[in-house]
Design a protein around this ligand. Structure first.
Ligand SMILES: [Zn+2]
Ligand SMILES: [Zn+2]
Length: 265
């Protein structure tokens, strides 16, 4: 007699994916709705990223209320001027067991909202906290590779994730030499991103992550709309295409990397 059950049927569901960088409280929709839609597309966990004291506290609360949501505590470089006001709260949030990383921090010379010196001071403080807590650091780097690498050079022990990586092969090589993980987002799918795709093809399979940075940076085909965690699937598809591997293989690999990088995810 045949004892086949549903579990024996060929699995046509896509392999599980993790959105390693999203801002669940930043959109107009309920985080629970965003998560349900993502879960329907095989997203199984989320890293909800804090950008200042208020959003870090809110992300911490969501991580305790929503299954498989973890969070980070940090101060975005564009808000580095708030360092003295926000830091104590961020430090307390970072101690929470649901907090899987410190950040996002780093440099943003595109918006130029606070001085490079102030951004550096904030970045250093995050690196110091991450080292004390033995957690990774989520690094935001916009138009600032040289400054970012210079700081990371003097923090060789840091476990840095370059989120929404935007460089080419040269920048990828420098980052990989410093031990960084490279996290790819919607821009990987943009027509003009050939250098970025080359970097994604070049990076070793154990150093790549995927994210949405939602609600920002929707992938191609969704531009002009709000991005959301469900669309991390588009990033995985493109990553698989440029690396010449199956989508499920890209999902499996990046999911394993995410769990190794963000302990407790
Ligand atoms: Zn960022
Ligand atoms: Zn972000």
């Amino acid at each position: 007699m045949d004892h086949r059950t549903v579990d024996d049927e060929p699995d046509v569901r896509p392999a599980p994916v993790i959105d390693t960088h999203c801002h669940l409280g930043h959109g107009e929709e309920e985080p629970g709705t965003l998560i349900d839609r993502a879960r329907a597309r095989g997203v199984v966990a989320w890293v909800d990223v804090g950008i200042d004291a208020t959003t870090s506290v809110a992300a911490r609360a969501r991580s305790h209320a929503l299954a498989n949501v973890r969070f980070t505590a940090g101060l975005h470089p564009c808000s580095a001027d708030q360092l003295d006001d926000d830091w104590a709260t961020i430090e307390i949030c970072a101690l929470d067991p649901q907090c899987v990383a410190v950040g996002e921090t780093g440099f943003d010379f595109y918006w130029d909202r606070s001085t490079p010196a102030r951004q550096r001071e904030a970045f250093e403080r995050h690196l110091d906290l991450a080292r004390r807590l033995d957690k990774p650091v989520v690094v935001h780097c916009r138009d600032a590779f040289d400054a970012t690498f210079e700081v990371l050079e003097s923090h060789r022990d840091a476990r840095a994730v370059l989120h929404c990586f935007a460089g080419g092969v040269d920048e990828a090589r420098r980052a990989l030499d410093l031990g960084c993980m490279l996290s790819f987002a919607g821009p990987l799918t943009y027509p003009r991103s050939d250098d970025l795709r080359a970097a994604a093809a070049f990076s070793p399979e154990d150093r790549i992550l995927v994210e949405t940075d939602s609600p920002f940076l929707p992938p191609q085909g969704y531009r002009g709309q709000r991005n959301e965690p469900a669309l991390v699937r588009e990033v995985v598809k493109e990553l698989a295409r440029v690396r010449g591997i199956a989508e499920d293989a890209a999902a499996d690999r990046t999911t394993a990397n995410a769990r190794r990088t963000f302990r407790g995810l």
